[in-house]
Design a protein. Structure first.
Length: 531
């Protein structure tokens, strides 16, 4: 293995000889299949572009109709009514673990800029969190440390599509997924079990059950290598791609001995719908602010998820409400809390067993809505939802009644896309913008909408065509708006020009870039890599 990042301080413990050997074993055994599956994604996209719409798979009908269940949840994952999420930054992890939420998903993916330092220090932070030794003394002397009772810890590694630019095996870059999950499991699986918990994961961006099978095989191999019992690892899969929505039963089945349920990853799901049908002018979506959870394709997807999970004895986890409190503006906070409460009330009423929040100040609001439905019960898996009947056409019904594309919608996409990418390039993958928590998923909606609107010849509701020239002119204006917003000094010192260049590239290029984080990561790593 060739390590191309600095190994300093406690990173030498994280990348011990034994840990590196474990990663090498994962890479050699599983990376060829990963690359084959990624090639399969490209093949599937070509089929969709040629008119081959997704369907429930005929060849797996026996799985969907079969009478089987996933493994019973471990004790500390039985009640997940509120989960808090956030990057693996030390202070944020301490605050999240102390937030009062039932669980905390420490994120190496969409809310984390995957710089070498962020990733390696994140692994150090996770190591300390598992052992309850994580501590921080901030400037001014304030000490952050764990309370006696904390949230149950889960880890989200990067998706299958992302490489790790600092770790190579035989000249080939490692999978970001295998690096993140591999280091976490190597250092913490046995320790977590010894402490009465376990190694728990969230799996992002899966597109089909064969990709879930790869994860399951990774878990079986890892448990063998680490000498822990099969079934110790538990994983919740984010259903955040439209293709995965057609294979929820199959995904649970592949992971049935390691499953902890499914999650409705709403923002990436919207991005996936835009992405997969980007060349179909009949499936244009309006301004992102108009795509609510009640539009047909979102409603069908979430109701099917609850029904599928509960049929199999699995948790159905709700998604993220992006509204966040503003401590400087009580009116904004009041509005945010009301919207979060409404969103979580809907989820609890629909049968979800828990939900996500991105800020400690929202834990109580979300919990109140689930407490009202669950009472003292840990979940509502027994609510089977026989009333739900979702067909393929329902998952593909992209109508948004009354939806329009507006000049303001284009401006918002451009403005937020540039601001988020600048934050990401500066090392912060979770950015509070305009009282919303933006991460890579919401930024993907912004840029993919621009790409689709331009390339399908869409028009604004005032009749103007959406062209590259119009988008660039708007970007000129929004750069001035951003400069006024952040101030001249911060604008000059920031990375806004780079962010704009990346945004225009992924929003206006002839070919659609699968994920904006790929060129952003290349920018991030190339500037620090030796020639």
């Amino acid at each position: 293995m060739d390590v191309r990042g600095p190994i300093e301080g406690r990173v030498s413990d994280i990348l011990s000889d034994e840990a590196v050997a474990f990663l090498e074993g994962l890479h050699r055994r599983f990376n060829p299949r990963r690359l084959e599956l990624l090639a399969g994604r490209s093949d599937r996209q070509r089929q969709i572009d040629a008119g081959g719409l997704p369907e429930f798979l005929a060849e797996t009908g026996a799985i969907r109709s079969g009478d089987w269940q996933v493994a019973v949840p471990p004790a500390d994952l039985m009640d997940r009514r509120v989960e808090i999420t956030g990057p693996v930054e030390r202070k944020m992890m301490i605050n999240a673990l102390n937030s009062g939420a039932k669980t905390f998903m420490a994120d190496f993916e969409d809310s984390n800029t995957p710089s070498w330092d962020n990733l390696m220090q994140g692994q150090v932070n996770v190591y300390d969190a598992v052992r309850h030794t994580i501590r921080l003394t901030a400037e001014g002397g304030k000490v952050y440390q764990l309370d006696e009772r904390t949230a149950t810890l889960l880890i989200r590694p990067r998706g299958w599509h992302l490489d790790e630019a600092h770790l190579f095996v035989d000249g080939e870059p490692m999978s970001g997924s295998l690096v993140d999950a591999g280091l976490y499991l190597f250092h913490n699986a046995a320790e977590s079990l010894a402490r009465g918990s376990g190694p728990y994961l969230y799996l992002p961006k899966l597109e089909n059950h064969v990709e879930a099978r790869l994860w399951n095989d990774v878990f079986v191999f890892a448990q063998q290598q680490l000498g822990i019992a099969q079934g110790s690892i538990r994983a919740t899969v984010l259903i955040e791609t439209v293709l995965a929505a057609f294979e929820m039963d199959e995904i649970l089945y592949e992971l049935r001995d390691h499953s902890a349920g499914l999650n409705a990853g709403r923002w990436d799901y919207i991005f996936s719908v835009i992405k997969k049908f980007r060349n179909d002018p009949s499936r244009l979506l309006p301004d992102r602010s108009q795509i609510s959870m009640m539009v047909p394709f979102m409603r069908s997807y979430t109701e099917l998820l609850v029904q599928t999970c509960h049929k199999r004895g699995a948790h159905a986890m709700g998604g993220m409400s992006a509204f966040i409190p503003n401590r400087l503006d009580p009116d904004v906070t009041e509005t945010a809390l009301a919207k979060v409460s409404e969103d979580k009330r809907r989820e609890a009423g629909d049968g979800f067993d828990g939900t996500w929040v991105a800020h400690p100040g929202l834990v109580g609001v979300a919990q109140a809505e689930f407490d009202a439905v669950l009472g003292s019960r840990p979940n509502q898996i027994d609510r089977q939802r026989p009333d739900v009947s979702v067909q393929s056409a329902d998952l593909l019904d992209t109508r948004v009644p009354g939806g329009t594309i507006t000049l303001g919608g284009i401006r918002t996409n451009v403005n937020v896309g540039i601001l988020y990418l600048e934050s990401w390039l500066s090392g912060n993958g979770a950015a509070a913008l305009y009282n919303l928590m933006e991460d890579a998923a919401t930024a993907e909606i912004s840029r993919s909408q621009i790409w689709q609107w331009v390339h399908t010849g869409a028009h604004i509701n005032d009749g103007r065509a959406i062209t590259p020239e119009l988008v660039r002119a708007i970007a000129d204006e929004e750069m001035s708006t951003i400069a006024d917003l952040v101030g001249a000094s911060q604008f000059a010192e920031g990375r806004f020009d780079e962010a704009r260049a990346i945004f225009e590239d992924v929003a206006l290029s002839d070919d659609f870039e699968d994920f904006l984080t790929i060129p952003a990561y290349q920018q991030l790593t190339n500037e620090k890599e030796p020639a």
